[in-house]
Design a protein around this ligand. Structure first.
Ligand code: IMP
Ligand code: MG
Length: 179
């Protein structure tokens, strides 16, 4: 796996610091609220696991699955829903936990669906933000760090379902996906 990585963008120690900072802030902001963390499968599971352990207030977790990338490095624009929430989010303060905010098309669809569910509030926490590639007006309320407009893998993010288990975020060598 390592040989396919051109450079490391977010190291393991930086990831740890980011999760601690976001966890501290979220714990403060959601004190006394009914926090529901909604993670978007599969990319955000690794971040969800780290972030939830840095949150010191009670919270509930749930998962949704959508797909917008079809084994390529470009968003297709179309989003299909594969799995809905198990929990009825009515009355909860939802915080969507995402791996990356790229074109923004998937998060746009997810927030539109969740907005009609009677939640008290709805915010977004994205581990990575790639603002240069945005195709719709959407911003995250909490951002781990910004990345340039390059295809990244690791820490949950995949290319053709591989590299999710890399413990850091790296840029894939272009020859890997130009094959
Ligand atoms: P969107 O383009 O903001 O809709 O991003 C949708 C999804 O595409 C993200 O949740 C990721 O799973 C995936 N994605 C976007 N950019 C990258 C990337 O650079 N590497 C790997 N996956 C990505
Ligand atoms: Mg994702």
């Amino acid at each position: 796996m390592e040989k396919d990585i051109e450079k490391i963008l977010v190291s393991e120690s930086e990831i740890k610091e980011i999760c601690q900072r976001l966890g501290r802030q979220i714990s403060k902001d959601y004190e006394g609220k009914k926090l529901l963390l909604v993670s978007v499968l599969k990319g955000a599971v690794v971040f969800m696991g780290d972030l939830m352990r840095e949150i010191t207030i009670p919270c509930t977790i749930d998962f949704m699955a959508v797909s917008s990338y079809k084994n390529s490095t470009q968003s297709s624009g179309a989003v299909s829903f594969k799995k809905d929430l198990d929990i009825n989010p009515e009355g909860y303060d939802i915080l969507i936990v995402e791996d990356i905010l790229d074109s923004g098309l998937s998060l746009k669809s997810i927030t539109e669906v969740l907005k009609c569910r009677g939640a008290k509030s709805l915010k977004i926490c994205a581990f990575l933000d790639k603002p240069e590639n945005r195709q719709t007006e959407i911003t995250a309320d909490y951002v781990g760090t910004q990345v340039p407009n390059e295809f990244v893998v690791g820490y949950g993010l995949d290319y053709a379902e591989k590299y999710r288990n890399l413990p850091y975020v790296g840029v894939l060598k272009p020859q890997v996906y130009q094959k």
